[in-house]
Design a protein around this ligand. Structure first.
Ligand SMILES: Nc1nc2c(ncn2[C@@H]2O[C@H](COP(=O)(O)OP(=O)(O)OP(=O)(O)O)[C@@H](O)[C@H]2O)c(=O)[nH]1
Ligand SMILES: [Mg+2]
Length: 198
């Protein structure tokens, strides 16, 4: 199912988002944390979502359809300082608007660098998800960079966002199967009874 994921569209505002009944699983996190790389690893398609060493690569909401019932959404990152003020504010608005108002959104995959752990923005994201009743999937990225001791300390480091995250590494494919299983559960559950738009 995920291997057949296809890019559908990029949106720069609410009106640009697809009108469909798919449930959406969105990938959020600090700029450069590895959202696009993880999407590519999950789908096995290297060039599906654009990645870059330079933070601030993804500047729109990017929708990908997978199977019959779900979509994955690659979100722009936050917290990238070297962007113009207007540009950063515009991206933050786009992101906030999507997270707060998108009815198709059922799960937020929150990516956090395993070396950093959650910070203020992640606590805000977690609170927003809880408030909206959106599932939170906490993911520690770049775990190939962690030494054993740091790895063992992850549940404690991530305590403020619910404890043990899913440990992932895009180059090593660590955690990818586990995450695919989580996503498949949303696909199996199918769509909620009511049609959702907007
Ligand atoms: N070592 C390591 N590097 C990674 C991993 N995932 C991503 N990277 C690298 O981190 C950089 C940023 O990756 P992206 O996937 O573009 O990050 P992003 O979160 O989509 O960034 P924005 O779109 O700017 O918000 C790239 O140089 C990736 O190769 C990982 O699991 N391990
Ligand atoms: Mg990206």
């Amino acid at each position: 199912m995920l291997q057949k994921t296809q890019f559908v569209t990029s949106a720069f505002n609410r009106e640009g988002c697809p009108r469909w009944d798919r449930v959406e699983i969105a990938f959020a996190g600090r700029s450069n944390v590895g959202k696009s790389s993880l999407l590519n690893a999950l789908t096995g398609k290297r060039g599906l979502a654009r990645t870059s060493r330079t933070p601030g690569r993804t500047r729109s909401l990017n929708f990908f359809e997978a199977g019959e019932t779900i979509a994955l959404v690659d979100l722009p990152g936050y917290g990238y300082a070297a962007m113009s003020h207007d540009q950063a504010a515009g991206l933050a608005n786009l992101l906030r608007d999507y997270l707060i108002s998108r009815r198709n959104l059922v799960a937020l995959a929150m990516l956090i660098d395993g070396r950093r752990g959650p910070e203020r923005e992640e606590l805000e994201l977690a609170a927003m998800a809880a408030e909206r009743g959106i599932d939170l999937i906490v993911i520690a990225t770049k775990c190939d960079k962690l030494r054993a001791a740091k790895r063992a300390a992850l549940p404690k480091l991530f305590a403020a966002v619910g404890g043990a995250p899913i440990l992932c590494s895009a180059p090593d494919a660590e955690g990818i199967e586990q995450l695919r299983r989580v996503i498949r559960r949303y696909a199996d559950r199918g769509m909620p009874g009511i049609a959702i738009h907007g």
